[in-house]
Design a protein around this ligand. Structure first.
Ligand SMILES: Nc1ncnc2c1ncn2[C@@H]1O[C@H](COP(=O)(O)OP(=O)(O)OP(=O)(O)O)[C@@H](O)[C@H]1O
Ligand SMILES: [Mg+2]
Length: 332
């Protein structure tokens, strides 16, 4: 197994009139070739900003201020942070594709689905419009769009929500990417269709041998899809472990609380109401461990004073918490 993507100490900040939002503030993790990484954490913890940093789809206020995003491009690790706009365009879609929660945001309303799916193939592969169209019809068929030779000429508003989601997956796969970033790809769908889309993604992953970065609030989705999981809190990774290890042997108090939020089958949970207290404002981070104001195991004088460092607690299992010795070199 080899590393496809390695993020090292990534910091992405937004420079707003109200101050600097440290949305991603020292994030590190790896994605192995062909495997699925689950990224979980409450709303606002920086999951989407991390994902968008990878392919530089940030709003103008957002900037990667430090860190590396190393991508294994045909056997060589290249740092995407250093890539120019033009260079990153060649990566986007072709190497790393992204699907979103709301497919309307990915499609323009004024072009047909077919025009939008073929655009990337024509750009990246230099094939003809007709060749791209044939491939697009096959892709639409593969993702379960009925009558694809007809639907290819329809506009996004003529598709149902679930069908649009499938069409977005077809578009993301059209250039055979090595990494698919899926940002809450099923939250907007009803439960039955959610399950179908997840199954489809799993099948396509086998066929296309691609890695998936699966961002979700839903621990049930993580259990079903992920090989390895990173848990984020306020712009940091607080725990990282193989999926079974994370579920059976969670170490960080935040992870344990997240696990209690696994939704009952058929019931949708989008916000984690079981964890007391609000997520603090990222413009005004708590001193010490960022989770300490909400942590049931908070140790006064330690957790509210210093920042924990990451410690290894098992094979591929790392946690940033003073309960596991994070205090040794934990000067902030
Ligand atoms: N364009 C922006 N300008 C200013 N702040 C932003 C911008 N985009 C995101 N942020 C802030 O960055 C932080 C991280 O946001 P992000 O969207 O990555 O969260 P998330 O983990 O994806 O949440 P959710 O689960 O709700 O999608 C939040 O505090 C958010 O308000
Ligand atoms: Mg998000």
């Amino acid at each position: 197994m080899s590393t496809l993507l390695q993020i090292k100490n990534l910091r992405t900040y937004f420079f707003t009139d109200e101050g600097v939002v440290k949305a991603v503030d020292g994030v590190s993790f790896e994605i192995e070739e062909g495997r699925t990484l689950g990224v979980v954490g409450e709303s606002g913890c920086g999951k989407s900003v991390t994902a968008r940093s990878i392919i530089k789809l940030l709003s103008t206020a957002g900037r990667i201020v430090s860190g590396e995003i190393l991508y294994n491009m045909d056997g060589q690790m290249v740092d995407l942070v250093k890539f120019s706009k033009e260079e990153i365009r060649k990566v986007r879609g072709r190497h790393i594709a992204m699907i979103f929660q709301e497919p309307m945001a990915a499609f323009s309303p004024v072009y047909t689905i077919g025009d939008q799916i073929t655009e990337g193939m024509i750009y990246h592969f230099g094939i003809t419009k007709q060749e791209a169209r044939e491939r697009a019809v096959e892709l639409l068929r593969r993702v379960g769009i009925p009558k694809p030779e007809k639907m290819i000429d329809s506009y996004p508003f003529e598709y149902s929500g679930g069908m649009r989601q499938r069409a977005m997956i077809a578009m993301a796969l059209s250039c055979n990417p090595r990494l698919l970033i899926a940002d809450e790809p099923t939250t907007a769908l009803d439960v039955t269709i959610q399950a179908q889309v997840l199954d489809l993604l799993k099948d396509l992953q086998q066929e296309y041998k691609m890695a998936i970065m699966m961002i979700t609030h839903n621990m049930g989705v993580v259990a079903e899809m992920a090989d390895h999981v990173v848990v984020m809190y306020l712009g940091r990774v607080v725990e990282s472990a193989p999926v079974e290890e994370l579920f059976y042997n969670p170490k960080h108090p935040y992870t344990s609380l997240l696990l209690r939020s696994i939704p009952v089958v058929g019931k949708r949970v989008e916000r984690l109401e079981v964890i007391e207290g609000d997520v603090p404002d990222p413009r005004n981070m708590p001193k010490g461990c960022r989770f300490h104001p909400r942590c049931p195991y908070m140790m006064k004088g330690i957790c509210d004073e210093r920042e924990p460092v990451e410690v290894e607690v098992g094979p591929e299992h790392r946690v940033s918490c003073f309960l596991y010795g994070g205090e040794k070199d934990g000067a902030s």
